[in-house]
Design a protein around this ligand. Structure first.
Ligand code: PXG
Length: 455
């Protein structure tokens, strides 16, 4: 459906976009040749482009629009706050009502012991702040040699120098001489790819022990923290075996290594509980949140500190020389408060856990029979369909990423927005998805798989 007319502003927008707008994670010259999709409006789980094409958004924006598009009550809350007080900072002993109220809400919502909230605007800044906090913490404890962060290959923690160093994306590292000193990576709990002959549970333990081996190799005295996403999202929705997180928790405790959980994707209902930490029974020292905190209606992120960190940094830390102009921005916090009210009052987290989530997962599992599909994995409202040459041996296709992209394009042509990560199609629709929309997603995926196979 292409409704281009003489009055259509699309050609002008495309030209200006190509000429003046540099996009994130984009080959800008390729985009200039192909032309961008100008997205103009959205409602529920759908968005429309400037040519009138409608898409079912299988990604909820970028894993973040958990309550769906078109929420007038969030717009109203932000509007009211902007009229009342559009901005005031939270430096120098100031606070604003929304920043205080949201902190209390988050302290109640996050796992036990996580009671202090430090705000920023993006997941990257939150993870960057973690690095500052953890290093400050160990310095205060008189253990300045405890500096190194251990994280996972395929992890995504953001795009700043420190958060990209935490991340395990080699393509990002190559372009900026990263990781910075003091950041090391170990194999992720990605059974389908790395599990070999082991059962998933055996492999979960082995992958956790890779963290322990790294701690022993470096010396626990030099390791500050381990950071992981409960489920690695941008890395391809890598769902760890059940044995993984309890073992990580044991290892961190035993070697006195702080445990940081990046809940930027998993937080706010995506896994069918409020946090991935609830789903996997993790008790982190620090948690980072963003995305679903406001469902993307305003940019807001935070680090939530557990008891030990709070004691160290708040009770004994003196002034912490770190912060952002927009830390605790009142309009962003107002959006967060209203977003969380919607998640609670509409029971959207419970819905992801016990009705639409299991339904969506069960429907997706039906694709497991397709000859191109190696594995379907996920929980709640986050999932991946990984394509493989051979299901039983889990042998990947040659030219990694090619067939995934091809299949993704067939989805787009049929009006379903999904992302391809290597040869996995990843999905994270809004928590308001209906059963018939879940059926529609799976129906389009099946057609796209058939078309890819035919080719
Ligand atoms: N942690 C995780 C787990 C993320 O997924 C960040 C931190 C960084 O957040 P900010 O707000 O700084 O972007 C993210 C972001 C993708 C994609 O294509 C994923 C993200 C961002 C952009 C694209 O999958 N995740």
């Amino acid at each position: 459906m292409n409704q281009t007319t003489a009055n259509d502003p699309t050609p002008r927008w495309r030209e200006l976009d190509a000429r003046h707008h540099m996009h994130p994670f984009t080959d800008s010259s390729a985009l200039a040749r192909e032309g961008s999709r100008i997205v103009t409006r959205a409602d529920g789980v759908h968005f429309w482009d400037s040519e009138g094409n409608c898409f079912l958004d299988g990604m909820a924006g970028l894993w973040n629009v958990n309550v769906g598009y078109g929420r007038a009550s969030i717009a109203d809350a932000v509007h009211r706050q902007m009229l009342e007080l559009p901005f005031y900072n939270t430096f120098f002993k100031s606070a604003t009502p929304p920043s205080v109220e949201l902190s209390k809400i988050l302290a109640d919502l996050t796992p036990k012991g996580l009671d202090h909230v430090f705000y920023a605007s993006s997941g990257s800044e939150a993870n960057d702040s973690v690095v500052r906090m953890v290093r400050h913490f160990w310095n205060l404890k008189g253990r300045p040699e405890k500096k190194t962060f251990i994280s996972l290959e395929f992890a995504y923690h953001g795009s700043t120098m420190a958060s990209a160093s935490l991340g395990g994306m080699t393509a990002m590292h190559e372009q900026a001489d990263l990781p910075l000193p003091g950041f090391v990576h170990v194999t992720p709990p990605y059974w389908f790819r790395f599990g070999g002959e082991m059962s998933p549970e055996e492999f979960g333990l082995a992958a956790a022990r890779a963290v322990e081996e790294k701690i022993l190799e470096l010396g626990a005295d030099s390791v500050a923290a381990f950071i992981g996403e409960p489920i690695q999202g941008a890395g391809g929705v890598i769902v760890p075996p059940e044995s993984y997180w309890p073992e990580i928790q044991r290892i961190c405790r035993e070697h006195d290594v702080l445990l940081v959980v990046d809940e930027v994707v998993c937080g706010f209902g995506r896994t069918g509980e409020w946090f991935g930490s609830d789903t996997f029974g993790i008790a982190p020292d620090l948690m980072t949140i963003a995305k679903g905190l406001t469902s993307g209606y305003q940019p807001l992120s935070a680090v939530v500190l557990g008891e030990r960190m709070a004691e160290g940094l708040i009770d004994d830390g003196g002034e912490f020389h770190h912060g952002f102009t927009y830390s605790g921005h009142p309009a962003c916090c107002a959006a967060g408060i209203e977003n969380i009210r919607i998640l609670k009052d509409e029971g959207l987290v419970a819905r992801a856990g016990d009705s639409i989530g299991p339904y969506f997962q069960a429907k997706l599992r039906e694709l497991g029979e397709h000859p191109l599909v190696g594995e379907v994995r996920g929980i709640g409202m986050i999932a991946a369909v990984e394509l493989a040459m051979d299901k039983a041996s889990r042998q990947p296709f040659p030219n990694e990423g090619e067939i995934g992209t091809q299949c993704r394009d067939h989805c787009l042509a049929r009006g379903l927005m999904v992302r391809a990560v290597r040869d996995s199609l990843v999905l994270s629709p809004a928590l308001v998805l209906t059963r018939s929309q879940a059926d529609e997603i799976v129906g389009i995926l099946r057609q796209a798989l058939d078309s890819t196979l035919a080719e």
